[in-house]
Write a protein that binds this ligand. Structure first.
Ligand code: AOF
Ligand code: ZN
Length: 380
């Protein structure tokens, strides 16, 4: 969910301007279920004459904001840099490719094609048919990273799942008595709120975590954010306490969901619903737990859950990893030692018997957050 762009010194002028469009795009962090898109208009003499990004689903697209920001006639003969292929469909707004044609731009530089089946290639076709020079694939890798969740959802129908864990340097997520507050530093915890929770559509946790930590799973950004992600409790038998923060928060914003199975007694369902929670009945795995692939499919079908964060204990985290739903693991490591054979780690369950059975990940980013380090790994 985080903008992948540091201030990279791009030597190629196309790339430099596209990097600017991508930075703009990343300001649309609440655009979900729509993609984050940025657009920069450059006049033939190289001046920026317009710029915009897509702020939210339902609002005009990036190209429209960029064209509106330009002085009358200034887009004529300009080059538009767009991080995603301009759309060709009449959705909530008229097609952007036509808007660019009508504004008289002479060329369009695009980072990546739109995987949305209503567009994919048709936007480029409209532009080329109008005699506009189209360049494709500038900073495509960066654009794909920025839009990873959108691409996955549009191509597979499934949400993009990020597993977030926080552990001490010796790999513990709590002491032997279960105390876990706090392992990571205040800057790391703020980063979780700003960069992970505030950018996702839902946060998944397990019943065990609700009972042990009673987390609120809100973003705590107040008015700056304006919305909380959905809170989803994986609870196969419907035993989430009614007095827990996640359930009580349901009466405030109506965004709590209990992901359960047929094992949840109907009286419990009624109590949850009366408290304002949504109930999602999922199929069960062989052990009678919520089937995570089924949960993923159901969340994907809704259409409003594109990026989902998993913040939970070792059992559910292990199931999530093993079930194959996780796309990325963001692991915070704090320079502390908890120690003890009985203190749990981030991934529970049986684990691998042999090193050759260990799951191999590709680390793709390493950064510091206050005294802590953060490793982003891609799960293939
Ligand atoms: C663009 N520029 O800034 C965005 C695009 O519901 P709608 O009408 O907003 O349509 C959403 C679809 O439009 C989305 O799936 C994607 O194909 C495209 N998004 N396209 O040219 C933009 N946000
Ligand atoms: Zn559009």
């Amino acid at each position: 969910f985080r903008s992948p762009l540091s201030l990279h010194p791009y030597s190629d002028p196309h790339e430099r301007i596209m990097a600017r469009a991508l930075r703009l795009a990343s300001r649309g962090r609440h655009a979900s279920p729509n993609p984050m898109v940025g657009c920069v208009l450059i006049s033939p003499d190289g001046a920026v004459v317009g710029a915009g990004f897509h702020p939210r689903a339902g609002e005009p697209h990036a190209e429209v904001w960029a064209l509106r920001s330009a002085a009358p006639g200034a887009a004529r003969g300009a080059t538009a840099y767009v991080t995603l292929e301009p759309c060709s469909h009449c959705g909530r707004t008229p097609p952007c490719s036509l808007a660019l044609v009508e504004a008289g731009v002479s060329s369009v530089v695009i980072a990546m094609l739109d995987p949305d089946t209503r567009v994919s290639g048709r936007g480029v076709e409209i532009l080329r048919n109008a005699g506009i020079d189209v360049t494709l694939g500038v900073l495509e890798r960066e654009a794909r990273e920025l839009s990873a969740a959108y691409i996955k959802h549009r191509t597979t129908g499934l949400p993009w799942f990020v597993l977030k864990t926080a552990a001490s340097l010796d790999g513990k997520i709590a002491t032997r008595s279960g105390d876990s507050q706090w392992i990571t530093s205040p800057p790391a915890r703020r980063a979780v709120h700003r960069q992970l929770r505030d950018r996702c559509d839902a946060i998944v946790t397990g019943l065990g975590t609700v009972i042990a930590d009673d987390p609120s799973l809100t973003t705590r950004l107040g008015a700056r954010s304006g919305r909380n992600p959905w809170r989803i409790v994986v609870d196969s038998r419907g035993r989430t306490p009614l007095e827990s923060r996640v359930v009580r928060q349901a009466s405030v914003d109506g965004r709590t969901m209990i992901a359960t199975t047929e094992q949840c007694p109907s009286e419990h369902r009624e109590l949850f619903e009366r408290a304002g929670c949504h109930i999602l009945i999922c199929s069960q795995d062989v052990e009678g737990r919520v089937s995570l692939p089924d949960l993923a499919a159901r969340l994907g079908t809704r259409g409003d859950m594109i990026g989902v964060l998993i913040e939970t204990g070792g059992q559910l985290a292990a199931s999530a990893l093993n079930s194959g739903i996780v796309d990325r693991w963001t692991a915070f490591l704090a320079p502390k030692v908890i120690g003890g054979d009985a203190a749990p780690g981030p991934i529970g369950g049986l684990g691998a018997a042999q090193m050759s059975d260990a799951q191999k990940l590709s680390t793709w980013k390493l950064r510091r957050c206050g005294p802590d380090i953060v490793i982003d790994a891609r799960i293939w």
